[in-house]
Design a protein around this ligand. Structure first.
Ligand code: ASP
Ligand code: MG
Length: 418
């Protein structure tokens, strides 16, 4: 049995009558706001969109590595910081960038207001460190937009149903942006970042990887779940479930990036594979003589985000993020079943909507691995993905060989948008 566990996505309030056509949500990542000069450039970009006639909501990440620094600070003070206080601390980074951007926007002669997640009406559940948005109450944003202001919302955070500050998990500003785009009925959610878009493979591993012009929600979900870091997985689920079109593009150019949207014919025909992704950030666990229901209920109770699951007789193999290691070990110890962990495996995935209708993808994948002498350990598939685990040392070679085997350096692989 294999499965990629995606979370369900909450309803957001139906678009209020006040929502206007022409609303755009523009999200800027940490490298895009890393210093005062860059914040001024982001401010100018937001003002440009406003002067072009849009109602503009900016969602900002923390400056550069600010979130990491705050996390590090917490661990310098306390070996096990309380999750509630950690969220109080970590939510600060995004507030800093929003306040600064609002100042810079005022200097450009445009009215702006910065809001915390809580002020913006982002209501979450009570799970500190990876809270899920349960509701967006966008009244205050609408009011500010109606007053002709640019609204800056601190990404990555909300307020829980128990009125505590929560954060949405690393990379969570993407989810803030998409949730707001859904709630505001925005035309699109633009994700500005330090790369030009989504690539057919990580360009650091495959220098001739191509920028995709378009990918379907399903493909992007699989890619985000299997190592493409450009979007938080949950933001893609949210976008798919609410039909929000995403445009992932560079902060530093005006060029089009990658559109994430409904699947269409061209995606299926042009290139059957959209990309080869990889990750070294999962640990693989083997649990013996256990009951899958007990195991996965306990892991869910500890908010461990399980990815690949394979059952072999009475053994269960599953993968989970390294950052959930302590929680995972706690659950497995609690179950009392013998278990082991491997952190020397990387996961390589090939993803493509065209796989559904083209036979031979598995044959080509495993033939390629055989030819380069790489032996996959565990294999997991979905209708549009083949993923396998190999030793860390074999990951780059496997990615390069598969990128070649599926011709992903050719212009055909780009899949033109519109
Ligand atoms: N600043 C947060 C992080 O580093 C959230 C984000 O950037 O999306 O994870
Ligand atoms: Mg990010």
């Amino acid at each position: 049995m294999t499965e990629t566990a995606f979370e369900t996505v909450p309803a957001v309030a139906p678009v209020e009558p006040r929502a206007r056509i022409g609303t755009v949500v523009m999200k800027f990542g940490g490298t895009s706001v890393a210093d005062p000069e860059k914040i001024r450039r982001v401010a100018a970009r937001l003002v440009g969109a406003k002067r072009g006639g849009s109602r503009v909501v900016g969602v900002l990440s923390a400056m550069g590595h600010h979130t990491d620094e705050l996390l590090d600070l917490a661990h310098q003070v306390s070996p096990r910081p309380k999750p509630r206080e950690l969220d109080m601390l970590m939510s600060v980074g995004e507030r800093v960038s929003c306040a600064l951007a609002a100042m810079a926007i005022s200097d450009l002669g445009q009215d702006a207001i910065s809001l915390t997640g809580s002020q913006a009406g982002i209501v979450t559940d009570t799970v500190h460190g990876k809270a899920k948005i349960v509701e967006v109450r966008a009244r205050r944003i609408h009011e500010a937009l109606d007053q002709d202001r640019i609204v800056l919302v601190a990404g990555f955070q909300g307020v829980s149903t128990e009125l505590d500050i929560t954060t949405l998990g690393r990379g969570g500003s993407d989810t803030t942006a998409v949730a707001l785009a859904a709630a505001l009925g925005a035309d699109a959610c633009e994700i500005y970042t330090d790369v030009d878009g989504v690539f057919t493979a990580d360009p650091r591993v495959v220098p001739d990887a191509r920028k995709l012009h378009a990918a379907s929600y399903e493909e992007m979900l699989e890619m985000a779940a299997s190592g493409a870091k450009v979007l938080q997985l949950r933001s893609v689920e949210f976008a798919r479930n609410h039909g929000v079109r995403l445009h992932v593009r560079s902060t530093f150019t005006d060029e089009d990036g990658t559109w994430i949207r409904e699947e269409d014919e061209r995606m299926l025909e042009k290139a059957m594979i959209s990309g080869v992704t990889h990750t070294l950030e999962e640990a693989v666990y083997t649990v013996r003589e256990t009951n899958p229901a007990d195991l996965f209920e306990a892991l869910a109770g500890a908010s461990v985000n399980v990815d690949t699951i394979i059952q072999i007789g009475s053994d269960i193999v599953f993968s989970a993020p390294r950052e959930d290691r302590d929680e995972t070990a706690g659950v497995l110890d609690g179950l009392g079943a013998p278990w082991g962990e491997r952190d020397d495996l990387g996961k390589v995935s090939i993803v493509g909507a065209g796989m559904k209708s083209h036979p031979g993808v598995a044959a080509r994948t495993f033939g390629t691995l055989r030819d380069i002498g790489v032996e996959p350990r565990f294999v997991a598939t979905s209708p549009i993905k083949i993923a396998f685990y190999v030793g860390h040392d074999d990951v780059d070679r496997a990615v390069k060989a598969l990128h070649d085997a599926f011709d992903l350096s050719s212009p055909e692989a780009e899949r033109r948008h519109a």
